[in-house]
Design a protein around this ligand. Structure first.
Ligand code: M6R
Length: 615
């Protein structure tokens, strides 16, 4: 969702802000804007559309010099996407300029109050209310910007990451966060502000991630001061050394981030298990699990909370954890869990899965589970994210930055972490035979090779994509471990190609969806040799008898399904439990190619945001 970038220092701010906004495009947005300060004047340009549209407009409208700047990509919540509603927003006096990611929930009564005091509003946004509230506080109490921001924020409810500039005191930017991420890059004589570290990675590897409820005064040539918004107490900045590099966040020769990320999977799965999996020694070592082993072993239940693709990884984990550890597992949509007064107690372990570590519903589910006494474990990709800090303990997935809105490598690395967790717990509980335990370790170690082999289906996926690119609907079927993969395959297709797709457990077909089958309905069936092969062959026959078109993902050398299917995609053999790591690959490729052939914006699909930081 909305992206924030800011710069204060000695360089020209405009190119830094624009490049930064481009790096944040993956978050999803519908408009963009920039404010520059050149020592005399505030210069503002904003537009509905993409950052390239902003560049074109800004170059016509303003001179782009100035060493202080803030920029924003907006994902509309309050007010339609248009030029006026785009950020930055300026206060009535013209002195204060703000960019904001989040929602001010009580903006309506505040707006009424401000209108009574003579304020005029030009946009429909909650953000314009906030900047005028800050101005009102500043005027009424004769406060400096930092103090005025603090007083104003104590009057609002909701979520925010903000950066505010005051023309009257132009050597500082004030930032604050509650519920939306904000990172500050610290250079020599310069500071950077951004929703994540990607906009400033080439300038500095030192960053401070603001915690919820904190604000910072960022002043030229002065050390940064961080304080709590509520009680004004000072906080020691915790400066982190960033682990990402520039290459990781660029396309590296691929046409799209999504394709690059699909092809990165062999490497990132290796990164995920590196130092944790020691197949020859028969050891799995995950510090978060190790330090809390008793909590897991005494758990009466594991509850997994997540959204979207991460929820699908949670479903795969349910099958694996129950089979390997015999601990009962439930998987919940975080958005449902948080509002249904769930029964949880201190004997429950809650696992929160999130690529971004910023998903608002998952975050709320974690807070609820903690309040009810559960031990909460995070499986996150983004180091330093809100969720990885809010959970009691956790494991990072080490997938590297995932920029494409459609999650790919996050899914397979989440599953890798959860498989290792299940194996470690099974060893401690003695619920897997020694032979099986060692077999799984050996097999997991060579999974990256098999993923590589599965990536060789790229051409085949493209060929099939060409045939089905104009379909209006698609069904995805799988059983057991591959039922969640069917859901994930359908989600990938609908989110990037806008083709309606549904995933089902194959046997559910006859309880309704089979009525949809006709000669125009492509049915993608995940039918590897292991698992419920015979059963799924019967399901394929049922579809065939009703003239459905079958695209089957099968184990190399399969003859039976080959005889029934219209198209087959062959993948290497694996055990049933590890098969989702392989079967998902051709489905990612298929969605990718269909979306490209349909001319869709693969990396930034319409209406979607990479991290959903509002509920
Ligand atoms: O960052 P998270 O894993 O918490 O995000 C959850 C979902 O928003 C995310 O998986 C979404 O469904 C993706 N666009 C799917 O590709």
């Amino acid at each position: 969702m909305c992206g924030i970038v800011g710069y204060i220092g000695y360089r020209e701010a405009y190119p830094i802000v624009i490049k930064g906004l481009k790096r944040l495009e993956y978050r999803g947005y519908d408009s963009a804007g920039v404010m520059l300060y050149d020592g005399n004047d505030i210069k503002l340009s904003k537009t509905k559309g993409k950052v390239v549209d902003l560049e074109a407009k800004a170059l016509k409208e303003i001179s782009t010099n100035g060493t202080i700047g803030i920029g924003h990509t907006r994902w509309a919540t309050h007010g339609v996407p248009n030029d006026v509603n785009s950020h930055p927003h300026v206060s009535n006096s013209g002195d204060l300029v703000i960019i904001h990611n989040g929602i001010i929930e009580n903006y309506a009564p505040l707006k009424v109050e401000l209108i009574k005091r003579g304020y005029v509003f030009h946009s429909d946004t909650d953000t314009e209310v906030l900047v005028n509230l800050i101005e009102e506080v500043q005027k009424k109490e004769n406060l400096k910007l930092g103090k005025a921001v603090q007083v104003a924020l104590n009057q609002v409810f909701g979520a925010y990451a903000i950066a505010v500039f005051d023309k009257k005191n132009p050597d500082e930017i004030v930032v604050a966060r509650l519920g939306s991420p904000l990172a500050i890059g610290i250079g020599e004589g310069e500071y950077f502000i951004a929703s994540d570290a990607s906009p400033f990675i080439e300038y500095t590897s030192n960053a401070v991630y603001l915690e919820d409820g904190e604000m910072a005064n960022i002043r030229l040539h002065k050390p940064m001061k961080i304080r709590k918004i509520k009680d004004d107490s000072l906080v020691d900045p915790y400066i982190q050394e960033l682990q990402m590099n520039l290459e990781q966040i660029e396309k590296g020769g691929y046409d799209h981030f999504m394709l690059k990320e699909i092809f990165e999977q062999p490497d990132v799965i290796t990164d995920t298990y590196r130092g944790r999996l020691h197949a020859n020694e028969g050891i799995i070592q995950m510090s978060g699990v190790e330090d809390n082993l008793e909590k897991f072993l005494n758990a009466e239940r594991i509850i997994i909370v997540a959204c979207g693709t991460s929820w699908h990884a949670g479903l795969v984990a349910e099958y694996i954890l129950e089979e390997f550890t015999r601990i009962p597992v439930e998987v919940e949509y975080a958005s449902e869990f948080r509002y249904r007064n769930p029964i949880i107690n201190s004997k429950d372990v809650v696992i929160a899965i999130s690529q971004s570590g910023e998903t608002a519903d998952t975050m709320a589910a974690i807070k609820l589970a903690k309040e009810k006494g559960a031990f909460v474990y995070g499986v996150c990709n983004v180091v330093g994210s809100s969720i990885s800090r809010e959970t009691h303990a956790g494991s990072h997935t080490h997938a590297g930055p995932e920029i494409g809105v459609a999650s790919t490598k996050a899914f397979t690395t989440q599953i890798t972490v959860l498989i290792m967790m299940a194996l470690r717990l099974a060893k401690a509980k003695g619920t897997l035979s020694k032979t099986d335990f060692h077999r799984y370790l050996q097999e997991l170690e060579i999974i990256p090779e098999k993923v590589k082999e599965a990536l060789e289906t790229n051409d085949k996926a493209k060929e099939i994509a060409t045939i089905f690119k104009n379909s209006h609907n698609c069904l995805y079927l799988g059983r057991g471990y591959n039922f969640p993969v069917a859901l994930e395959g359908a989600l990938k297709l609908k989110e990037i190609s806008y083709i309606h797709a549904e995933g089902y457990p194959a046997a559910e077909m006859k309880h309704g969806p089979i009525a949809l089958i006709d000669e125009r309905m492509p049915v993608i069936v995940i039918a590897p040799k292991q698992g419920h092969y015979d059963k799924i062959v019967s399901n394929i026959q049922e579809i065939k008898s009703r003239s459905g078109i079958i695209i089957a993902v099968v184990t190399k050398g399969d003859t039976q399904v080959r005889g029934l299917a219209d198209h087959i995609i062959e993948i290497p053999e694996t055990s049933d439990a590890l098969s989702p790591l392989i079967t998902t690959i051709p489905l990612q490729l298929l969605s990718y190619h269909i979306a490209v052939l349909r001319g869709c914006n693969v990396d930034q699909p319409r209406n979607l945001a990479k991290s959903v930081t509002v509920e």
